[in-house]
Design a binder for this molecule. Structure first.
Ligand code: HDD
Length: 664
């Protein structure tokens, strides 16, 4: 258990599993909680019923505003440790002591949807980490994409208004496939690179543990000598990066709106932590101008082949919350929460974020003391002269709340940088006050093209299809706008494909970017593959022998697969009770399917599940006596990714591990 979780357990939990009298908020034991106090059994309720009033008032005030973006999220606790001291780059204590385990809390999120929206829309995923370090909280408020929609924070409210449901009718929910979004990105073309990411498979991750995280901005690391390096932060998932198919995502959202959060929750409950390695791309200050773009521009990434990612530490997310509201909903992140040794750059997007996050918590969490909420409180000692405010949770003792003071020996007092006091990096800055942007930010299309250049064949096709889907949902005028102002500036082939799909003439002029570079690291195909946490739905017919079931299960579990037996109803085979029915689950919720059919003909839902598994290019296995299933299926046992598990279990497992049988 992490130090933070320990502290929460000791100081802040009420164990409602213990036997206890029901009491009012004032501590009074309650004798009746079903009937309000009335004048006569059929008479009116009396004002005097304080228990009724208190219970109802509290209920009436239970909701707080959801986050203006990233409203739907899911939080987990864990720990972070560094492999080797990074003292050559930074003096941050948690990055220089390899033995140290720093507690963390991570909140994964989607961006556009409301709190009750589905888990797999096409969207960016938030990946915010709070490190509870001994020098205070450090928040790495990241996304699963390394660039952003705009270069200057002043455009953020406009962008969010455009991507959120439209203001006149609040539609569509959790989707960018609508007029206002495509209008905005078409006329604000600095978004081009990020739009490519959003249209790619990165926007529909299979699981929170199968996606990367990126700090996006260029930050600074500053060492004890005061030397600064530019840095980009990365999270690399141990399970590799994997997606779901777009039509699969739409089905999953219908079958299980909580798919991503449930997968994470259940894996953690089963003892399968989500593990990410921390990676750094580091550039010397002297090399600031050596790229063909401005490193302060948050719409640009540093190709990993040019600036390799150094893997420096590991985060293990291994504990679920005890209470969603108290922890996940009330956690408050802020990119401005830094520790000595980590500093900002003049990226104009980052600079604006430094204002927005505290500001939003003031309305969301109801006042200036949100940092005192248990989940937000640092684990290190803290004292200052800030006082009062709504929901002050501490009783500050002593006569003084001012600095400097004589009365209290000047306590609490600032400490020098040598003693751990934060010192802003002494960057030399000079300039005129202007509302302008450097010319070095003007190239909007090269890296959008690089992203496309870097994709495998099927990834590229998914991008083409995603544009066709999204623009197909827009009015004709917006389709034309996006095709001429955005797509045509990136890639002609993409432009022609999408134009044809959505019934628009491709613009006569070929204006595509001629940028030829590609970066293999941008393709998810060049990623790790692992069997851990993978799932298999095993379709079972009633005449299957129990021994067959048991053997199949143990063989698969031995390899790390999570097995569910599915049939048309729940029944027992010997002592084995099946897990689910076709009414409650579907192949889209599994990574692979197996049929152990026996002699009975396959029922219609089983056929449908197998056909869809095939369509989604997932591994299909068949077991004892199942060869006859192919009489009723549109594919054969000789098709790619269809395996007799009695003969070639390893072949089946390899297909599951590869995530999809792309050659099918
Ligand atoms: Fe933001 C939330 C990530 C740009 C303003 N942002 C929020 C969260 C994440 C990010 C992960 C959810 C935190 C949580 O789980 O509580 N945001 C990013 C990244 C950005 C970015 C990676 C670009 C690099 N954000 C950005 C800009 C602004 C904001 C430019 C405004 C100037 N973001 C907010 C916010 C939110 C937020 C309105 C909503 C809830 C919250 O802060 O606590 O302040």
């Amino acid at each position: 258990m992490s130090k933070k979780k320990d502290e929460l357990n000791q100081r802040d939990t009420i164990d409602n599993t213990e036997k206890a009298a029901l009491r009012t908020n004032q501590g009074l034991p309650v004798s009746e909680d079903e009937f309000s106090l009335k004048a006569g059994e059929r008479g009116p309720t009396l004002m005097e019923d304080f228990h009724f009033r208190e219970k109802m008032t509290h209920f009436d005030h239970e909701r707080i505003p959801e986050r203006v973006v990233h409203a739907r999220g899911f939080g987990v606790h864990g720990e972070f440790e560094i492999y080797e001291s990074l003292e050559k780059y930074t003096k941050a204590d948690f990055l220089t002591d390899p033995g140290k385990k720093t507690p963390v809390f991570v909140r994964f999120s989607t961006v556009a949807g409301n709190r009750g929206s589905m888990d797999i829309p096409r969207d960016v995923r938030g990946f915010a980490t709070k490190f509870y370090t001994d020098e205070g909280n450090y928040d790495l408020v990241a996304n699963n994409m390394p660039v952003f929609f705009m270069q200057d924070a002043i455009k953020f409210p406009d962008f969010v208004h455009a991507v959120k449901p439209e203001p006149h009718n609040e539609m569509p929910q959790a989707a960018s496939a609508h007029n206002t979004f495509w209008d905005w990105v078409s006329v604000n073309t600095e978004s081009a690179h990020m739009v490519m990411w959003l249209m790619s498979d990165r926007a529909i991750p299979r699981s929170f543990s199968m996606m990367e995280g990126f700090g996006v901005h260029t930050f600074r690391l500053v060492n004890a000598e005061g030397k600064s390096h530019f840095v980009k932060f990365h999270w690399k998932p141990k399970d590799g990066m994997h997606q779901v198919m777009w039509d699969e995502a739409q089905m999953i959202n219908g079958k299980n709106i909580d798919f991503n959060r449930q997968t994470l929750w259940e894996n953690i409950e089963k003892g399968n932590p989500a593990v990410f390695e921390l990676g750094l791309q580091v550039i010397d200050e002297e090399d600031e101008f050596n790229m063909d773009f401005d490193i302060l521009d948050p719409t640009k990434l540093w190709p990993e082949e040019d600036v390799p990612v150094q893997i420096v530490g590991k985060m293990t997310l291994n504990q679920n919350v005890d209470n969603f509201f108290a922890e996940t909903e009330q956690v408050a992140f802020h990119p401005g929460s830094v520790v000595p040794g980590i500093d900002f750059t003049n990226d104009p997007l980052l600079q604006g974020r430094l204002f927005s996050y505290t500001d939003t918590q003031l309305i969301r969490l109801g006042g200036p003391n949100f940092h005192q909420l248990p989940i937000n409180r640092p684990v290190c000692p803290f004292a200052n002269n800030q006082r009062d405010g709504y929901n002050q949770m501490y009783i500050h003792k002593g006569e003084t709340a001012h600095h400097k003071n004589h009365m209290n020996d000047n306590q609490p007092e600032p400490v020098s940088p040598e003693e751990g006091g934060y010192e802003h990096y002494h960057e030399k800055v000079e300039g005129r006050k202007v509302q302008a942007r450097s010319d070095s930010f003007k190239d909007h299309f090269s890296q959008a093209k690089m992203f496309l250049n870097s994709q495998s064949k099927h990834e590229k096709q998914h991008i083409y299809d995603a544009f066709s889907f999204e623009l197909g949902k827009c009015d004709m005028e917006i389709r034309k706008l996006a095709i001429s102002e955005l797509l045509n500036k990136i890639d002609r082939d993409l432009t022609e494909y999408v134009a044809d799909k959505v019934g628009v003439e491709a613009p006569p002029e070929v204006e595509e970017s001629t940028y030829e570079k590609s970066s293999p690291a941008l393709s998810m195909e060049n990623t790790k593959f692992s069997l851990e946490t993978r799932t298999v739905g095993v379709i079972v017919m009633p005449d299957v022998a129990e021994q067959t079931l048991k053997e199949t299960k143990s063989k698969l579990e031995e390899k790390g697969l999570q097995v569910s037996f599915i049939s048309d109803k729940i029944y027992k085979i010997g002592n084995t009770t099946l897990d689910a029915t076709f009414d409650t689950v579907h192949s889209v919720l599994f990574d692979s399917m197996i049929v152990i059919s026996g002699q009975k003909p396959l029922p219609a839902p089983a056929i449908e599940n197998l056909e869809i598994t095939y369509k989604h290019k997932k591994a299909i296995g068949y077991g004892i006596d199942s060869a006859s299933i192919f009489d009723v299926l549109s594919f054969t046992k000789d098709d790619k990714g269809v395996t007799d598990i009695e003969q070639d279990l390893d072949g089946f497992l390899e297909d599951v591990k590869q995530h999809r049988v792309w050659s099918r």
